[in-house]
Design a protein around this ligand. Structure first.
Ligand SMILES: NC(=O)c1ccc[n+]([C@@H]2O[C@H](COP(=O)([O-])OP(=O)(O)OC[C@H]3O[C@@H](n4cnc5c(N)ncnc54)[C@H](OP(=O)(O)O)[C@@H]3O)[C@@H](O)[C@H]2O)c1
Length: 340
């Protein structure tokens, strides 16, 4: 494939944005597949640490060093929305924080602004596809561009590109364990650790948020379930319409009792067709030890897809980290580069 430059507006430059920048600059030599991608940011925005805008191109390695040293960027001359509406770019890379209470905003507005101008949009943020997949996919189609979000579910493990590759199959439902923090916490409860101690361990290991509510209350799982239901079952659903129960009320005693009875407690996500509509739920469930889900322990995640002609078949992910997430964004960017 010939190397093509992609001019990018990057919104969000936290863990994922910085890992992406590191893979494209200082780590680049390690990844042969990146030889085909030249990403040239012309704007980088953060929420509270300023932004950079330079139509001539931003030095990504320098921007990365600046944020690593915890230096803020200057106050940008434009807001992200103004930049997306006026600058000359090929792709929006949306890596800002998920908001459930604001129904996916402002990421959703960022993606809509890019797609409606005929620019591609790539995001790891679950908000846009969880709250407005139908609208955004239709907009992308109308304007002949891509709306891609491989990292939004299972951190870049190929799910949506696999879905695009399936020909003639009709997905009838799915189930999965999608939230690694709550799965890790449930595994620790089995060892007798309390909920608080298990959450602190997950935070110390660097994968649970300082505020783990979105994970423990099932919102992260509900957002991922909504995306999968929207993409594979055309559900037109959002996380607020999913029956949801998190794991906060679980105790080491309840988890130990399940194990004693030959079962394991898991935060299971499911969607299926029923009476002409799609139903979806996120709930702690006891699964028998011989069920594959009982073997998804610690930080692993899994998706079981049911189709009319094949399977059910599984996609498993072991110990995801930031590189997996950034790699999903890079896979999407390579799809965009190929399609230009
Ligand atoms: N971490 C993972 O492994 C992972 C996996 C899958 C998906 N994701 C998703 O990927 C996205 C990025 O994750 P992350 O771990 O990089 O989060 P993060 O470290 O919290 O970084 C978020 C970035 O977005 C910026 N931001 C927040 N609100 C903004 C706004 N309104 N406008 C512009 N920028 C804004 C933040 O700026 P300030 O810091 O200045 O506020 C920060 O630069 C999230 O949506 C997350 O759910 C992450």
């Amino acid at each position: 494939m010939k190397k093509r430059q992609l001019r990018a507006v990057i919104v969000g430059f936290g863990n994922v944005g910085q890992k992406l920048a590191a893979m494209l600059t200082e780590e680049r030599e390690k990844y042969r597949g990146l030889a085909d991608l030249e990403l040239q940011p012309i704007a980088i925005f953060t929420g509270h640490h300023g932004g950079l805008v330079d139509a001539g191109g931003i030095d990504l390695a320098k921007a990365l060093r600046q944020r690593r040293e915890d230096k803020s960027f200057p106050e940008p001359p434009l807001s992200p929305l103004q930049a997306l509406a006026t600058l000359d770019y090929d792709v929006l890379v949306e890596l800002s924080t998920l908001s459930i209470d604001k129904r996916g905003e402002p990421a959703l507005a960022h993606v809509r602004a890019a797609l409606s101008r005929g620019k591609h949009a790539v995001t790891a943020n679950k908000g846009p596809a969880a709250f407005a997949y139908r609208e955004l996919a239709a907009l992308a189609k109308k304007n002949g561009v891509r709306f891609l979000f491989e990292s939004a579910v299972m951190d870049g493990t190929p799910i949506f590109c696999l879905g695009r590759a399936l020909k003639g199959l009709n997905v009838t439902g799915f189930s999965g364990i999608f939230n690694t923090t709550s799965n890790f916490v449930l595994s620790r409860l089995e060892t007798g650790e309390s909920m608080d101690a298990a959450v602190r361990t997950a935070q110390r290991l660097g994968f649970a948020e300082a505020d783990p509510s979105l994970d423990l209350d099932g919102w992260d799982s509900a957002a991922k379930t909504a995306i999968l239901a929207n993409v594979f079952l055309d559900a037109g659903i959002d996380p607020l319409r999913i029956e949801r129960q998190g794991i906060r009320s679980q105790t080491p005693e309840a988890v130990a009792r399940a194990v004693f009875e030959g079962k394991r407690l898991k935060l299971l996500c499911r969607a299926w067709r029923e009476g002409g509509r799609v139903r979806a739920e996120v709930k702690p469930r006891e699964v028998p030890m011989e069920n594959y889900f009982a073997m998804i322990n610690g930080r692993a995640a899994a998706l079981r897809l049911e189709t009319d002609m094949l399977g059910p078949f599984w996609i498993l992910e072991e110990n995801p980290d930031l590189m997996d997430t950034a790699s999903g964004v890079l896979q999407d960017l390579l799809v965009v580069a190929e399609n230009r």
